[in-house]
Design a protein around this ligand. Sequence first.
Ligand code: DI6
Ligand code: FE
Length: 402
Amino acid sequence: MKLWTNATVATMHPAAAQAYGLVTDAALVVDGAQLHWVGPRGALPPELLAQCAARHDCGGALITPGLIDCHTHLVYGGDRAQEFEMRLKGASYEDIARSGGGIVSTVQATRQATPEQLTAQSSVRLAQLLSEGVTTLEIKSGYGLAFEHERKMLQVARALGESHAVAVRTTFLGAHALPPEFAGRADDYVDEVVRMLPLLHAQGLVDAVDGFCERIAFSPAQMARVFDAARALGLPVKLHAEQLSDSGGAALAAGFKALSCDHLEWLSEAGAEAMAAAGCVAVLLPGAFYFLRETKVPPVELLRRKGVPIAIATDCNPGSSPCTSLLLMLNMACTLFRLTPEEALAGVTRHAAQALGLPDRGMLAPGMRADFVLWNVRHPAQLSYALGANPCIQTIHEGEPR
Ligand code: DI6
Ligand code: FE
């Protein structure tokens, strides 16, 4: 067993009396890939101390659970920097679409990319997330929009999880946008998504199923068909819901016991109630809100009142959130959405784990995965407070320093 001492530990345990589940002068005992004991050093049983062959002095660091980015589109081809530049020079969305920009340009670039090219550019983004203490992340498909390309994206995502010391959960987002070859035939494309899903699942590539429910994407009725197919395979679902309008997506997803509904700027009271009743997590994405210069803030007070757990994620994608910093999202969740730093940290630990259906991580307690981060800060609020700082000293993934 391994012992870690001389640290303040933010366990993020919900039942703790202290904010953040804070334990000062703490000790942490790791057995293999699992946490065995955590608490005040003075309470460490001597017989347990005797069993600790390796001992680490943390030099007064703060320890938090490993960070979890529960909503990313990390794997994609190309980028949209020129589109960003065109917009700032006055081009409209239509101008950009006519010149081959927008989401369709990412679909083209992703289809053209080889798995090696996708891996190379996605690894750079992954390294940036990992440098800030991310130990679990979700990666969605959704820029292939045809069987072989959706499969390629999911295979690259899986392989990234195998080649890096990080846990990757893959999500099939076939219902992200209408591919050009299906223009005017959205229902036919939904048939195609329903056909692809079991084939991808049979190859072990799908941990969950997502969709984009919006006037400019898929309707609740179309999403229900995709979710029926997921249910038939026993796969959990989640949904991009109420980002640009109140389309009733949250209530639909809650009806399917969705793990999470994501974005939610336009969430209604009825939608929040349905989510609360279904135990569905609200994943807020301040990077997309900021980058699209949205003005409608998600109803945080309503979520609190209804007891809906709130998670925070990067939404890392080329069109609406080209972001690879989960720490920056903590700050934006506080400044833009008025979350408290404690809520923000719970949003990238305990609640993010819940949004991925992973009860074995997101807090530091015996039996949990030994995923944790040492930070060069005095207090956990500093993680939300600083802009552009990266105080990560070291990340431990499944009990091993990485
Ligand atoms: N919501 C978004 O904001 C992005 N996808 C989604 O479902 C946009 C994706 C893109 O523009 O590439
Ligand atoms: Fe997204």
